[in-house]
Design a protein around this ligand. Structure first.
Ligand code: NAD
Length: 256
């Protein structure tokens, strides 16, 4: 499969799942626009091995005006966005009555509203070219709940609802919109939750095993590379009639 000549914008791609997906897309020939915090220069140098055009935009996706600036950059430097992966996300764990209002607002802004803003900005160009792929990195928490994750679960359920609507509104076009729902993936976002358990006196290795054992029957983490392969499938001809789906890759989490 080749994505030569296509441009992919992956939000939150300086770390974890987004970074893995960006490498997968670049290896398949797509030009990529990275987004997220951290040392972009080192990442850009690393992407040189794929032989594609790579850029980085540091938009904070909790601000719609910065997402607009990122799309203006994509249009000016790359000629638009053919593949949009809405991946940026944050987590906070607390019971509803203790949940900091500021964390609720931030999670809804980054994990849900940013998906709407990027989608509305990507769609006109995709419709014009009659080809596009929008892949929203939701979560198993878009389909089921867990205690302590009110904002995250609400946002991810919202992403899946938005995915269905966009999938329907583009159904007669060459544009598709789908959500991927990972189970546990060992990234900084999850490492934080393991560290929080270890801070309560549990051995770090045991904390990691406990986290898996509670939810993920395979007892293995999903990897960013495996998620990247699913994104590539959705971008290919084989994925062209997958529309409005919420596709879990979760080591069996949702089969229970
Ligand atoms: P991560 O912390 O490794 O990476 C998050 C990325 O988002 C980073 O590049 C960070 O710079 C960027 N980011 C954070 N806030 C941002 C903002 N305001 N503006 C722009 N970029 C911002 O996390 P991850 O585990 O790779 O998570 C990526 C996505 O996958 C998230 O949407 C998360 O909810 C989802 N997810 C993760 C898991 C998991 O187990 N790790 C499971 C299911 C779904």
């Amino acid at each position: 499969m080749t994505l030569n000549g296509k441009t992919a914008l992956i939000t939150g791609s300086t770390s974890g799942i987004g970074l893995g997906i960006a490498h997968g897309l670049a290896a398949a020939g797509a030009n990529v626009i990275l987004n997220g915090f951290g040392d972009a220069q080192a990442l850009l140098a690393d992407f040189a091995r794929h032989g594609v055009k790579v850029g980085h935009h540091g938009a904070n996706v909790s601000h719609p005006s910065e997402i607009e600036a990122m799309f203006a950059y994509a249009a000016a430097e790359f000629g638009g966005v053919d593949i949009l992966v809405n991946n940026a996300g944050i987590q906070h764990v607390a019971a509803v009555e203790d949940f900091p209002v500021e964390r609720w607002d931030a999670i809804i802004a980054i994990n849900l509203s940013a998906v709407f803003h990027a989608t509305r900005l990507a769609l006109p160009g995709m419709r014009q070219r009659d080809w596009g792929r929008i892949v929203n990195i939701a979560s198993v928490h878009g389909l089921v709940g867990s205690t302590g994750k009110a904002a995250y679960v609400a946002a991810k359920h919202g992403v899946i609802g938005l995915t269905k609507v966009v999938g329907l509104e583009t159904a007669k076009t060459g544009v598709t919109c789908n959500a991927i729902c990972p189970g546990w993936v060992l990234t900084p976002l999850v490492q934080q939750q393991i560290d929080d358990r270890a801070a309560k006196g549990v051995d770090p290795q045991q904390a990691r095993q406990d986290l898996l054992a509670e939810k993920q029957p395979s007892l293995e983490f999903v990897t960013p590379e495996q998620l990247g392969e699913l994104v590539l499938f959705l971008c290919g001809e084989g994925g062209s009639q997958v529309r409005g789906a919420a596709w879990n890759m979760d080591g069996g989490w949702l089969a229970q």
